[in-house]
Write a protein that binds this ligand. Structure first.
Ligand SMILES: Cc1ncc(COP(=O)(O)O)c(C=O)c1O
Length: 444
């Protein structure tokens, strides 16, 4: 076997991926070139797929709210030989030999996560956000327990009681929602449902709610009925790290999250809790719901936590919110109807029906113009709960360095792209390429 080549120099934690290239240049995907050279010689078929994906990401506007561009340092950790290591268990108590560096990586990741979020305990092993929620339920609940969570039609995640998910099959979910007028969480309904159903746990968190949640109020409702409070902070976790959103850690018994999304780390999950639940949470992750952790991903999480602790990341988190606010207001001016009237976060959810299309048609026409985003449920109105709305986020475009001027321009491109006119779509595609080309996610 030929010797492994050393990963490229990790980026400074103060630099964004776009700023963190090794040489000046214009080719957006060149951060991958070194590794791809080797791969292309051995497996050109898959190398072409990876290059194609890198070009796709660089060539359009990536507005999927759960996506971002990790730094070259995070990518280097993901591509490291820690990917080879089996390390079932926890640092100092593994079921495998040779864990000295695996232990070191996990200890660093745990210490950084605890410091970043002010938590007494962190488990960095969950493979995904869903695994983190599963572990929280496993730590606190028994099958058949009642859980109060946001309705899926109002922005709850699959793990908050979807019939097709383990949560809906194994627990008895009761749903709260948002107010029909304001679109804001109906806390009176949450309290009334909690008093009536006496749930074992209340879950606060959403895939599309663009406002901050009142964690103190959720805590007081949970205390009143003797329920655990689980904050599923998958979406705002990066904003919390950057000080741009309130932190649920002081209020919730368990906080679950993802390390991708605004946090800008590798795909993965995270659980935070106090000392009193630490042993239960750890057992719930391993051995109850998972086997060996992905140690290269844990190293990459450590890198991301290190980056997120910098002043540069706090500034980034603020810019993410500023961009979302400007984009939401500009879309409103174009005729879209933002839920809750705006946003406090990276998330913008809008009803496109005033422009004569539903969410699915809007998503497809925008995708044809190089603007990539998701549909979402809208809680009220005809066909509520279906993919009638569109959901977008500003994490990735902000990482690329785009600012409020670009957000205003992007809003205008939305309207043009939604016209059912091939010539217009081609014109918008060219404009999207021009904007994206000025902000390469990975530069040489
Ligand atoms: C609120 C919430 N919980 C859980 C998840 C699940 O994360 P994953 O897709 O990593 O399983 C998500 C993902 O978007 C989410 O938004």
């Amino acid at each position: 076997m030929p010797p492994l080549t050393a990963p490229t120099e990790p980026a400074s934690p103060d630099t964004s991926p776009a700023e963190a290239g090794t040489e000046a240049g214009t080719e957006a995907v060149s951060g991958f070139d070194a590794g791809l050279g080797l791969l292309r010689r051995q497996d050109p078929e898959i190398a072409d797929v990876l290059l194609g994906e890198a070009q796709r990401q660089a060539d359009g506007l990536q507005l999927i709210a759960a996506e971002n561009f990790t730094s070259p340092a995070v990518l280097a950790a993901l591509a490291s030989p820690l990917a080879n290591k089996y390390a079932e268990g926890y640092p100092g108590a593994r079921y495998h030999g040779g864990c000295v560096y695996a232990d070191a990586a996990e200890r660093i990741a745990v210490d950084r996560a605890k410091a970043l979020f002010g938590a007494a305990h962190a488990n960095v092993q969950p493979h995904s956000g869903s695994s983190a929620v599963l572990a929280a339920y496993a730590a606190l609940l028994r099958p058949g327990d009642t859980v109060l969570a946001m309705s899926l039609a109002h922005g709850g995640h699959l793990t908050h009681g979807a019939p097709a998910n383990f949560s809906g099959r194994w627990f008895d979910f009761v749903s709260y929602g948002v107010d029909a007028e304001t679109g804001l969480v109906d806390y009176e309904q949450v309290a009334a449902l909690a008093r009536h159903h006496r749930p074992k746990a209340i879950v606060c968190g959403s895939i599309s709610y663009p406002r901050h949640l009142d964690y103190a109020l959720f805590r007081s409702i949970a205390d009143e009925v003797g329920a655990y409070l689980i904050a599923d902070a998958a979406h705002p976790l990066g904003l919390i790290a950057g000080g741009a959103a309130p932190n649920p850690v002081p209020f919730a018994d368990i906080v679950c999250g993802t390390t991708h999304k605004v946090l800008r780390g590798p795909r993965g999950g995270l659980v935070l809790c106090g000392e009193e639940l630490a042993a239960r949470v750890d057992r719930a992750v391993f051995p109850f719901t998972q086997g060996g952790a992905q140690m290269h991903t844990i190293a990459a999480k450590a890198v991301a936590f290190g980056e997120a602790a910098t002043p540069a990341f706090a500034a980034y988190a603020r810019r993410v919110v500023e961009n979302a606010r400007v984009l939401s207001a500009a879309l409103a001016a174009e005729g879209f109807a933002p839920t809750t009237g705006g946003t406090d976060t990276h998330l913008v959810t809008v009803d496109p029906t005033p422009l004569g299309v539903d969410g699915r048609v809007a998503r497809d026409r925008l995708a044809a113009a190089g603007i990539v985003l998701d549909t979402c449920a809208l809680p009220y109105g005809e066909g509520h709960g279906e993919g009638r709305g569109i959901r977008l986020g500003t994490a990735a475009v902000t990482t690329q360095g785009m600012g409020t001027a670009e957000m205003a321009r992007i809003a205008a491109l939305f309207t043009a792209a939604l016209r059912d006119d091939a010539g217009e779509t081609a014109r918008v595609r060219a404009d999207v390429r021009e904007i994206a080309g000025r902000f390469p996610p990975y530069s040489r």
